[in-house]
Write a protein that binds this ligand. Structure first.
Ligand SMILES: Nc1nc2c(ncn2[C@@H]2O[C@H](COP(=O)(O)OP(=O)(O)OP(=O)(O)O)[C@@H](O)[C@H]2O)c(=O)[nH]1
Ligand SMILES: [Mg+2]
Length: 362
């Protein structure tokens, strides 16, 4: 077993202690607080330089640009002067084209008609606002914060189909967690390709965190070692990168289950989160992926990537509607913790239902 040590962020150890004793259930979305102890001048300078996080507005405009096609198609529906059957038909078509799927589209149309009736409005611009409210209400149960701190380390398994953006999201998530003062250790459990290990170590280097990897090894063994190392080193979070796979490749899905079992042996409550990364371009197939990975692994959260590209975004409505049915049997939907809007360290943002609904409407 080869354990590669990246540069350890020297100011995190005392912070970890503080979090461990004073604030076990912290959520890392809280405003960045100043380090609890002075940090060395050179590290502080480097830290401030590469942490010039773009303002939230910049991020939103990238999401808007990404969803522009859907936004303009839906906006187009409301440019007329009347509210009639033709408007609802055009809206139905625009929602279907946005990948919302038949059920979520019908749900939104019914809800919108109810709202229009209750408001007694004849103004298409008002109807558009009511649609934004209907979409927000549908998406709201998907909005949830990934909280860490209740367990040390919080073990997060990251799964998904090939090329969905798992490794990149782990790199960006590491940055988010570090920004909140959490110490992170990465596990290179994608042992399928040597390049996957190298890719993850580049992200470890960018974030100055440790990585545990093994040449040609077994993904479950690497995960076990990483969780053990995370415990021994007092890390707040262990992020486990896994190889891409299709849910129809049953032996590979079994491999994920094995990782989960073995991680549990290293730490009884682990993994605390099993995330699925979905590519925002995947369209309705994303819902199929969510269902299949959830059946196999009982997902605890989603990351939707590449929403800065030409994604249509409506599939989140389909996931939300499915989530409301899932909540009846499993107690809650699978929340969307983050969305990815680029390939840089800072291009990951927490999912906000209202902002997303507005971006979807242009
Ligand atoms: N534009 C954009 N590109 C992204 C985003 N997230 C990931 N990518 C790109 O998508 C490609 C695949 O990303 P990876 O992180 O390697 O995906 P993966 O799921 O780990 O892939 P495998 O491990 O091969 O299954 C890379 O070129 C990334 O730079 C995003 O939010 N926006
Ligand atoms: Mg990968």
């Amino acid at each position: 077993m080869m354990v590669c040590m990246g540069l350890i962020r020297c100011h995190l150890a005392p912070l970890t202690h503080i979090l461990g004793t004073q604030n076990r259930m912290f959520s890392f979305f809280k405003k960045k607080s100043p380090p609890a102890t002075p940090v060395s001048t050179s590290l502080q300078a480097a830290t401030e330089e590469d942490r010039s996080t773009p303002p939230r507005g910049g991020w939103l405009s990238r999401l808007r640009a990404g969803l522009q096609r859907t936004g303009s198609q839906i906006s187009q529906v409301f440019t007329g002067a009347r509210i009639d059957d033709a408007l609802y038909e055009e809206l139905e078509a625009a929602l279907l084209v946005s990948d919302a799927g038949v059920q979520a589209t019908q749900h939104l149309l019914d809800d919108l008609k109810r709202r229009v009736k209750a408001a007694g409005t004849q103004d298409p611009a008002v109807v558009k606002t009511l649609l934004a409210e209907a979409i927000t209400e549908l998406l709201l149960p998907l909005q949830a914060n990934l909280s860490i701190g209740a367990h040390q380390p919080t073990v997060i398994m990251v799964t998904g189909v090939n090329g969905a953006g798992k490794t990149t999201s782990i790199g960006k998530l590491t940055r988010h967690l570090s920004d909140q003062g959490a110490s992170v250790l990465l596990a290179a459990a994608d042992t399928f390709r040597a390049a996957a290990r190298e890719q993850l170590s580049v992200w470890a280097g960018r974030n100055q965190v440790d990585i545990v990897s093994q040449e040609g090894g077994d993904p479950a063994a690497v995960s076990f070692d990483a969780v053990s190392a995370g415990r021994a080193r007092g890390r707040d979070v262990v992020l486990v990168d896994t190889a891409g796979r299709l849910p129809t490749q049953l032996h590979l899905m079994d491999e994920l289950k094995k990782i989960r079992r073995v991680v549990q042996k290293a730490d009884a409550g682990a993994p605390h989160e099993v995330l699925l990364v979905i590519d925002g371009h995947t369209g309705q197939n994303a819902l199929t992926q969510v269902k299949a990975f959830d059946d196999a692994l009982d997902l605890t959260g989603l990351i939707v990537t590449k929403l800065d590209g030409t994604a249509k975004g409506g599939v989140l409505a389909a996931i939300a509607l499915w989530g409301s049915q899932r909540a009846l049997t499993k107690g809650r939907p699978v929340p969307v913790y983050f969305i990815g809007v680029g390939e840089q360290l800072e291009d990951l943002e927490r999912f906000d239902a209202r902002e997303f609904a507005q971006a979807l409407l242009g």
